[in-house]
Every structure is written in structure tokens, then in C-alpha cells.
Design a binder for this molecule. Structure first.
Ligand SMILES: O=C1O[C@H](COP(=O)(O)O)[C@@H](O)[C@H](O)[C@H]1O
Length: 225
């Protein structure tokens, strides 16, 4: 089931999104003592994660991890972990547990087993997975052309992106699709047009279209130009 919500601007989106995420987490916490929230990186979350950080939730029972990570140090500008520390682990959410995806391994391919192990210690299934959408249709660090292997026993995979500068580690399509709820934040005319296309006639080579096909969980899309 896909639900789309259009907003007049980013501020309106951030408010509705934060209320939605908080109510999804609150309701998950009625059934489990601890829950997992998956958040994306990139630039867009800088505009809406601070609104979520202001929600009064039992954050110490909320475990946060990332949909994907660039293979850079956690202090680097490009680090998704740094983004989450700066934009979400603040205000009310400062005591949430963050499980990052970066390890000291030289390459993400060497780190897959370690990161998988970290992820298996999180409350499962993940209660809410938030994703961004790239202009090429990528979600997390699953780019067009990255092969989805349903037999992969790991929750994460190493990725060499086609154009982006750093190697990545990403949750697999199955790990994302298995989340109880999926929220996607889509901003800008180009991405919204792509979204229309992918929903009307899904191109199976595009990861977002693969996610729609694979997941039986509700997908809520928050959009603005
Ligand atoms: O590289 C990435 O890009 C996507 C999209 O980012 P955005 O800034 O264009 O919204 C993001 O969802 C992903 O987590 C990130 O690593």
C-alpha cells in the first residue's frame, strides 16, 4: 500500500513527517520494549530530522541505525553518521542509541560480516525505515544496476557506486523491505516526476521500484517541491 502526502514546503513536510514518525514509533513501543528506526543520509534529512528530534518519545528505547553509509571517517562531512548525530541525536532524542555502519576495515566489503552482526543485535523487525530517493532512483546506497540477491544471508552489502566518490555499505533490499513501515521523503520536481513514473510503470532495474514490488509493508511518501 502506497500513500502519498504532498506539502506546500519543507517546513510543512518536516512537521507532518515528525508527527507520523513519532506516532509510528509510539505505537510500535506499545508492543515491544525497544524498537529500531532506520534513517537515511545525504542532504535532505538535514531539513526534517531536527523536527523529529523534538518529539517527546522514550528515545532511550529507540535504537537508530542508518540505511547506508559512505566509507569515510565518522567526523567527515560526507558521513551519514555525522549527519544523524548533528540533526537527530539532539533535543529530546539526545539519548537514543545509534548503531553506525562504519568500521575500521579498509573496505566495506571487508566489513559486511561485522556490520551484519551489529544489525542483528537491533530489535527486529525494524519498526520504521526512512529513505531518501536519488534522482537516479537509488534508495539507501542501492543504485540502479546493483544486483538484488535474495539469497544473500547478510542484512547489508558493500557497494561501489557508479558515480559517487566513496565506497558504501548499504542495508540490502530485503532488510529495507522487511521493515514494518517505510517512509520515503521526496523533494524537488525532478525526483517527484521520477516517483510518478516509477509508481505508474515500475522499471524493475530501479531500486525504488524493486522495493515497491518486494515489500508488503505500508509505504508512506512525504513530498514537496
Ligand atoms: O547518498 C545518499 O543519497 C540518498 C539521497 O540523498 P538526498 O540528499 O538526495 O535526499 C540518501 O537517501 C542516502 O541515504 C545517501 O547515502
Amino acid at each position: 500500500m502506497i500513500e502519498r502526502h504532498h506539502h506546500a514546503n519543507m517546513q510543512a513536510l518536516a512537521t507532518t513527517f515528525a508527527d507520523f514518525a513519532a506516532s509510528t514509533l509510539r505505537s510500535a513501543l506499545r508492543d515491544s520494549p525497544a524498537v529500531t528506526l532506520v534513517v537515511p543520509g545525504g542532504q535532505t534529512p538535514r531539513a526534517y530530522l531536527p523536527a523529529l528530534s523534538q518529539q517527546a518519545l522514550p528515545w532511550k528505547n529507540i535504537h537508530i541505525t542508518l540505511s547506508d553509509e559512505r566509507w569515510v571517517e565518522a567526523q567527515a562531512d560526507a558521513s551519514n553518521e555525522r549527519l544523524v548525530r548533528e540533526c537527530l541525536l539532539i533535543n529530546e532524542a539526545r539519548n537514543a542509541h545509534l548503531v553506525g555502519l562504519k568500521t575500521p576495515h579498509l573496505r566495506p566489503s571487508d566489513a559486511v560480516a561485522t556490520v551484519h552482526e551489529r544489525l542483528t543485535r537491533l530489535p527486529a523487525p525494524f519498526s520504521l525505515t526512512i529513505l531518501g530517493l536519488g534522482e537516479d532512483g537509488h534508495i539507501a546506497s542501492l543504485f540502479p544496476g546493483v544486483v538484488h540477491d535474495p539469497t544473500n544471508p547478510y542484512l547489508c552489502q558493500a557497494v561501489e557506486p557508479p558515480i559517487a566518490p566513496s565506497s558504501r555499505i548499504s542495508l540490502t533490499l530485503s532488510a529495507l523491505a522487511d521493515s514494518c513501515h517505510i517512509a520515503v521523503v521526496v523533494t524537488g520536481a525532478v525526483k517527484r516526476q521520477l516517483l510518478d513514473q516509477l509508481i505508474e510503470s515500475p522499471d524493475p532495474s530501479i531500486p525504488f521500484a524493486q522495493l515497491i514490488r518486494l515489500s508488503s509493508s505500508p509505504i508512506t511518501i512525504f513530498e514537496t517541491n
